[in-house]
Design a protein around this ligand. Structure first.
Ligand code: PAF
Length: 280
């Protein structure tokens, strides 16, 4: 059965209040829709852990830097609802924009430090938009658990820090990146790739895996970076935004591997910005 769709905060609260008074735990999976297997794996993880599962779908204007990117972001609500059917989600929350940002909305949640690097550098204000909407969704759903993909690893760390700093009583759970058979990390943005670009897209993950092997063998980023970038560009990518080794918890920059090191990449392929990260 397709889960009920709720578009208003009062309806959402009515439902969650009933669940809470019955002593049930609530899990939330925040999304912007255009659901793929990565999102579905989050919903399944929530289903396994929580009595009640809410998937939210809201294309958040505050986290887009480019108005065209916001306009072109895929919106597939009916399909999304059908995809969630087999998982047994209890509620799909698709708030009207004024339920998130009512007239006169004047608050921004900003996590310093973690937001200045990687995607934060080339997308100023993006993570403020993310932290603000996620704080609202946590408050609105009063969930006990929230599920985020490691695909957006920087976002996951920022949300964890935000929840901790603001004493929001929610457990933020990171779930592994789900990949296509050829290694491309699943993302709603993959829908924007042309057939030709889609063929080249997995090169990003391939190069990162080769880098991981070399780092494990003791190579430094200084040694291996020029060749790795050249391979990505030779495969048809227009530009490498970043390709960096960082600490998995505080995201500080590294040159050689250490426990919890992760490799992070963002690159442009025919107008589509792809990101990926892997543990080293
Ligand atoms: O990862 C996303 O889809 C979005 O950044 C999120 C967490 C739903 C906030 O809008």
């Amino acid at each position: 059965m397709i889960a009920p769709i709720e578009r208003g905060l009062s309806g959402l609260r009515e439902q969650t209040t009933m669940w809470r008074s019955a002593g049930e735990t609530i899990g939330v999976v925040p999304t912007m829709g255009a659901l793929h297997q990565g999102h579905l794996s989050l919903a399944r993880a929530a289903r396994e852990r929580c009595d009640r599962v809410i998937v939210t779908i809201f294309v958040n204007p505050k986290q887009f830097n480019d108005p065209d990117d916001l306009k072109n972001y895929p919106r597939t609500e009916n399909e999304d609802a059908r995809k969630l059917e087999s998982i047994g989600v209890d509620l799909i929350y698709v708030p009207e924009p004024d339920q998130i940002y009512p007239d006169g909305f004047a608050t921004t949640v900003s996590v310093s430090g973690l937001t200045n690097m990687l995607c934060g550098e080339s997308r100023p204000g993006h993570f403020d938009g993310v932290a603000t909407v996620v704080a609202k969704l946590f408050a609105q759903t009063s969930a006990d658990y929230a599920f985020f993909g490691e695909k957006d690893y920087q976002q996951l760390q920022i949300v964890r820090r935000m929840a901790r700093d603001l004493d929001i009583p929610i457990d933020v759970i990171g779930c592994p990146t789900i990949r296509e058979e050829d290694g491309l990390a699943m993302s709603s943005r993959n829908l924007l790739l042309s057939d030709r670009s889609r063929i080249h897209a997995p090169v990003l993950a391939e190069v990162m895996e080769d880098m991981r092997e070399k780092l494990r063998d003791g190579a430094s980023m200084t040694d291996i970076l020029p060749d790795a970038k050249a391979r990505i560009v030779a495969a048809g990518f227009n530009d490498v935004d970043y390709l960096q080794l960082r600490d998995g918890s505080d995201l500080s920059l590294l040159d050689t591997k250490k426990p919890d090191a992760r490799l992070f990449a963002a690159a442009w392929l025919a107008g589509v910005r792809l990101i990926d990260n892997i543990a080293v």
